[in-house]
Design a protein. Structure first.
Length: 280
């Protein structure tokens, strides 16, 4: 009798959980569906909301691409990402390994400083950062975006990689040391190959953050075409109003690379989030 009572309740709980997931998925996709329908409305109009237009204007995507000069911004974003992500991962991986495995004197205090850095929002440091970049003579250059982003990513990168290296058994390094491997050889030939899932997940996160960076390029770079793709959204805002259909079309074009990246690496992305939740 008890087992018979538990089975319907378990099935009901499973059904309720799946129903909740469906509702949450619909709520997540609804803004994108609304944006897509608005992007197909006639240019210069104000779409009423989630309503499929009678005459879809597919040319809005081409017009948005040309109006915002997304080809130039695409090249600029790729350049910034190609500079920020590899350097951030290299420094974060080396620092995470040093804090986790080498543990020099004062490493706990240094690690605490990086953890504190996770709590600082960008809005707090943007003004001092502006004057620092100005003092270095890097305003209105790509380095005004690249160097601050590398520094801003350091706390999370080191926290993420240290969480991985802490959970690697110490016996592996000890065995390599007995075989005569130096610390540098242990890092490159043992620790880095084991850390590939964590490094890949960190690269995906940093790509998304760099690609969608808006405030930092807006403040530190005056030339719109030297910013990231997210900075193109201002091209659809005029003195007297905003072209909503072109704005929505441009937003979808900017989101497209991140969506494609997520679809290609969704398994690694989900596994990375679960790994970080367990190890952190």
């Amino acid at each position: 009798m008890t087992a018979a009572v538990r089975r319907p309740s378990a099935a009901l709980g499973t059904f309720a959980a799946r129903g909740l997931l469906v509702v949450l998925m619909f709520m997540t996709l609804l803004p994108f569906i609304t944006m897509f329908s608005a992007a197909l409305a006639p240019s210069g109009t104000y779409p009423p909301g989630l309503q499929w237009p009678a005459d879809p204007q597919w040319g809005n995507f081409v017009a948005a691409f040309e109006a915002a000069k997304l080809d130039r911004l695409l090249l600029s974003s790729i350049t910034i990402v190609a500079c920020v992500v590899p350097v951030s991962i290299l420094i974060g991986t080396m620092a995470g390994f040093g804090l986790a495995k080498l543990a020099p004197r004062g490493s706990q205090f240094v690690y605490l400083l990086f953890v504190i850095g996770l709590t600082l929002p960008l809005e707090v440091v943007i003004i001092p950062l502006y004057y620092e970049v100005q003092w270095l003579g890097l305003l209105n250059t790509k380095f005004a975006i690249i160097l601050p982003l590398i520094g801003l990513f350091m706390p999370f990168s080191i926290y993420w990689m240290r969480a991985h290296f802490v959970n690697v058994p110490a016996e592996m390094s000890e065995a390599a040391e007995i075989d005569g491997a130096s610390v540098w050889q242990q890092f490159w030939h043992i620790q880095v190959p084991l850390a590939r899932p964590a490094i890949l997940s960190l690269a995906i996160l940093q790509f998304l953050w760099t690609w969608n960076s808006f405030l930092l390029p807006l403040v530190l770079v005056e030339t719109p075409l030297e910013r990231t793709m997210a900075g193109a959204l201002g091209a659809f805002q005029g003195q007297w109003g905003t072209n909503i259909p072109l704005l929505c079309a441009g937003s979808l074009l900017i989101l497209a690379p991140t969506i494609v990246l997520f679809l290609l690496f969704q398994k690694q992305f989900v596994a990375a989030l679960l790994q970080g939740a367990v190890k952190g």
